[in-house]
Design a protein around this ligand. Sequence first.
Ligand code: DGJ
Length: 536
Amino acid sequence: MSKIPYLEGKGKNTTLYVDGKPFVALSGEIHNSSSSSLEYMDNVVWPALRPLNMNCVIMPVYWECVEPEEGVFDFTLVDGLIDQARRENMRIVFLWFGLWKNGMSTYVPGWVKNDSKKYFRVRKGGSQAASARLLPESGSSAVIDCISPLCVAAYEADARAYRALMRHIREYDSEQNTVIVMQVENEIGVLGSSRDYSDYANSVFYSEIPPEVSAEYGVKGNWAEAFGIDADEYFMAYHYAKAIEHIVKEGKEEYPLPMYVNAWLEQFPEITGNYPSGGPIAKMMRLWRLVAPSVDFYAPDIYVDNYRDVCDEYATDGNPLFIPEVRSTEDATPFLFYAIGQHNALCFAPFGIEDLFASSSGANAEVLQMLNIDPASMADRKSPAGPMLAKAYQMISNMSEVIRDAHKNGKIHAFLEQNESGKIIELEKYYIKVTYTGAGGSFFMRQPQKQPGTPVAGGFIIELSPDEFVVVGVSSRIEVLPKLDDGCAVGLERKEEGQYIDNKWVRGRILNGDEGYIHILGSFPSALKLKMFRYE
Ligand code: DGJ
C-alpha cells in the first residue's frame, strides 16, 4: 500500500500530502446528480472539466446506490468514478450523501425511507419563523423529512454503510490514492424547526447536559438552563456531532483518509432552523470539536456576500481553510487568490463546475432560491468565469512551491475587495497601495454598481526580496510607496509581465515607457514582477 493521503500541521500551516507530496486541490464540485450516471459523466461532465486545469473533482457518492438493499453493497458506480478520474488524471474528494443532505434525509435508501418507526424523523416545533420555511412536499405535517440525529439505529446503519465504502476504497484505491479526502454527509442540521421536538427528544432536552459539555462551557442544568436562547441549536449540534463522530470513527478504522464536515452558513434571517440547526457554523465549531474529535476540519460552503469574513472565520483555532463550495461566477477567481494568498487554503471548489464550459442543464433558479442561494451565484458558459478560473488554476499550480515558501517565510500578502476602495500592504521596504478597480472597471472614477462579468478585486503579492515582488490578481491598481522617511524617492528599476512555469518566472514583455507608468491587473488574471529602487 502506498502512503495514504494525510494532513500535517495546524491552521494555515496545514499541508495535505498526496503520494507523499504537498497537494492543493484546485477543484470544483459537480452538481448533485451528475455522478449517479457514468454515461452522463463521460458525455457531459468530464469534457466540461478538461479545459479548467483542475487537479481534483468533488463529487457525491450516494447511500441509496451503495446499499440498495440492507446489507447488500454495490460499488460499481464508485469504481467507475474512480476509473474515470484516473483516466482524466484527476483526484477525487467524495461527498458521502448518507443520512443527511442539506438538512434532509433524501439520499437514504428506500428501506430506510420506508421504515419511519425504526428510523424516526424530526418533529417540528420552536420558533414560528423557522417552521415557516416550507420544503417541497412537507405540507403542513408536523414531521420533517430529516431523520433525527437522536436516532441511534439510523446513524449506526449509516456508519455500517460508510464503513463498507471506506473498506472498498482502501481495497480498490489505496495503491493509487485517487480518492484523497472524504466529506461526511452534506450541510447537516435541521431545516424548518430549531430542534427535534419529539417526545423522546424533549425528554433528552430537559435532562442534564452531558458532563463534557458542562466542563467545556462551565454551565449546568438541562439544555434550556445551560444555553438559554441558543439551547435548541447547541442541543442539535451536540447530537449531530455525536452521530458524526461514530460514523467517522467507523470509516477511519477501515481507511483513515482526512475527513471533514461542511456547513450551510448562518444567514439572514439568522434564526436557527432557517439555516440548518446544529450544523458546524462558526459559533458551533467549539462544540463540534469537543464531541467529534475524529473530524479533521470544518469547511464552509460560501454563497454569502462577505466571502472574506467567512474565510477568516473558518481559518481560526487551528482549522485549515478548505472551500468545497463557492459561487462559480467571475468572482471565483479573486476568491481563489484570497483563499490561497491569505490562508494557504487546502482546496478551492466552485459549485456546479461543469456549467462553466458546458451545455449541461445547470442550476435551477427556483431550487437555488429555496436553498437561500442567489441564482446570480452560478455562472454559465456565456460568462468569462470559466476561462478566468482555468487561467488562475494554471497560474497557481505553476507557482505552488513559490507560494508554499512565501507562506513559510511570511512573505505573501493577500487582498480582496469587500465594499472598500483598496488596501495598504506593508512590505519590508515599501508600502503597496492596492486600489480596487472592480466595481466600475475604472480606477479614476468608481461607479456604484459592479458591471456584470467584472470580477471584484483580489490577488496577492509575494516579496521575492526587499526590492522585488510579484503581484498576481485581478481588477487592481498597484502603487509602490516609500516606507522610510529618509527623503528618498521610489523608482521602478524593471517591470515584467509574465507567469511562473514549473515554479520559475518566465517573462513576457518588459513594460517600460507608456506601459511602465501605472501597474494594473485587469479583469483577466495576470501577474507582474516589479523591481524597485530608491534614489535621492
Ligand atoms: C449547497 C449544497 O451543499 C449542494 O449540494 C447544492 O445543493 C448547492 N447548495 C446548491 O445547488
